[in-house]
Design a protein around this ligand. Structure first.
Ligand code: NDP
Length: 442
């Protein structure tokens, strides 16, 4: 069985010994440092390929008994997990803040409470969702045909660092309610939250061994796909998703891919500007912009562009950014240096090509490891700039104007990504019925 440690190892590396966040230390662990301050949070042991295979075998052994329980019984266990998440909300939020760098409010309202909520829903609705579905056979009225759902066995879940609790927890809860075992491979940057998730599930009554957590970098994720799991559920970047898709095909197992986005917001002339500005700013700056469905670019009708821009600049300038472990901070830290580098590259490229920075624009990386990107509003942007077409995954909000609905749709579609899209208007029929509501790309 894979060994992992949720508490810090006794030895704390000195500053000179400190390995890079997310890299494997000389003693075979991943060390996690607070993105807001650089303080050590904890370490986990990296899993070997043999341990990954053992984890899958152990989850399979435990799955047989779990699948034999009724959905109601499984639901009772998961409901206890939901209650534990609520009872321990503060402690879980604390770990999320320390490991990921999001603010306490974001940890509570975008991770902890949604996990309790989704567990509440699945624990009660799974029986209805999973019951037999009758398939009418029009030509053969004397025969009966059903679609029946069986557990697949063991589900391999590979998850990213930006929502280290809510993304894997949703996948784990669904897999468990359907009678499966799970092997979870969290991001190398956020392994400790995954360990807390497993511990809470076991405390709630999930049989020991049914949910396994393996640790390491991408190679451990690749081992997991080959380890005998019956299905892969992956959330992450398009580049890695492509590799996961190929690797799952080689194993002849199904995979679910939830990938990146470059989500546009289109603001039509009749939009309520105060409400739009607040929603767009939240969409762009929450979680420091490190959200797959973030508002990554705004297209606003030229007639209202000056007013909306002014409101967005004011909001961005009023946001309080800093050490995230406080209720007085609106925007926290960037989780990884790798992401800071991408955001900086997009910002530098935009500036070099003539973009105007109206708010923010500073990237602050402190010697102790704390790293922040200011909530930034830009105008004078074009589609020649990387920040209008590639996923930025940071708190940059570029604003571009349009004259006609067709132009807005064409610009929104001009990106290889497609995940979500937002339309702001008082005309509901226009928002939902026009091509502006269809998301482009992958
Ligand atoms: P990555 O694709 O870099 O990593 C995702 C996971 O895959 C990590 O656990 C990673 O491990 C693992 N991994 C890396 N290489 C392989 C491989 N060859 N085989 C199997 N697993 C591998 O994404 P990030 O963690 O950087 O997350 C950010 C991305 O996730 C963004 O693009 C974002 O848009 C997307 N995302 C999509 C969501 C959605 O619902 N559509 C939601 C949230 C994020 P390790 O980190 O250890 O390398």
């Amino acid at each position: 069985m894979a060994e992992s440690l949720s508490e810090p190892l006794p030895r704390r590396p000195s500053d000179t010994q400190r390995p890079l966040q997310g890299s494997v230390t000389s003693h075979g662990t991943l060390a996690v440092y607070e993105p807001g301050s650089g303080r050590l949070v904890g370490e986990v042991r990296v899993s070997t390929p043999a341990q990954v295979r053992e984890a899958t075998a152990a989850a399979r052994a435990a799955q047989k008994g779990w699948a034999a329980k009724s959905i109601k019984e499984r639901g009772r266990v998961l409901s206890r997990f939901e209650q534990l998440v609520l009872d321990r909300a503060d402690g879980i939020a604390d770990l999320l803040v320390r490991e990921n760098g999001k603010t306490r409010n974001e940890a509570l309202f975008m991770e902890v409470l949604p996990v309790a909520d989704l567990t509440y829903w699945f624990a009660r609705k799974a029986e209805r969702l999973l019951r037999d579905e009758r398939i009418p056979l029009h030509m053969f009225p004397h025969k009966k045909s059903y679609l029946r759902f069986y557990p697949r066995g063991v589900i391999g879940i590979i998850s990213p660092w930006n929502y280290p609790l809510s993304i894997p927890a949703g996948d784990v809860v669904m897999a468990l309610m359907a009678g499966n075992g799970v092997v979870l491979k969290p991001s190398e940057f956020t392994p400790l939250v995954a360990e807390r998730l497993r511990a809470l599930l076991e405390e709630a009554g999930v049989p020991r061994g049914l949910v396994q957590v393996v640790h390491g970098k991408g190679d451990v994720g690749a081992e997991l796909i080959k380890s005998g799991v019956n299905m892969v559920v992956f959330t992450g970047s398009v580049a890695t998703g492509r590799k996961v898709n190929v690797a799952a095909a080689e194993q002849m197992i199904p995979c679910v891919l939830e990938l990146g986005g470059k989500d546009p917001a289109i603001v039509l002339p009749d939009a309520d500007l105060d409400a739009t500005a607040l929603k767009v700013a939240w969409g762009a700056f929450a979680n420091s912009g490190q959200t797959c469905a973030s508002v990554e670019r705004v297209y606003v009708h030229e007639s209202i562009a000056p007013q909306l821009t002014e409101k967005l600049v004011k909001i961005a300038q009023g946001l309080r950014q800093g050490e995230p472990n406080s209720y007085d901070v609106d925007v926290g830290a960037m989780t990884t240096q790798m992401q800071v580098d991408i955001v900086k590259r997009h910002l530098d490229d935009a500036r070099a090509k003539g973009a105007k920075v109206l708010a923010g624009g500073e990237v602050k990386v402190y010697p102790d490891g704390g790293r922040f990107v200011q909530p930034t509003v830009l105008t004078n942007v074009t589609h020649e700039m990387a920040l209008m077409r590639d996923e930025t995954f940071g708190p940059l909000l570029p604003i571009m104007t349009f004259r006609t609905d067709e132009e807005a749709v064409r610009l929104a579609n001009d990106s290889p990504y497609g995940l979500s899209a937002y339309v702001f208007t008082r005309d509901k029929a226009k928002a939902t019925g026009s091509p502006t509501s269809s998301s482009p790309g992958r």
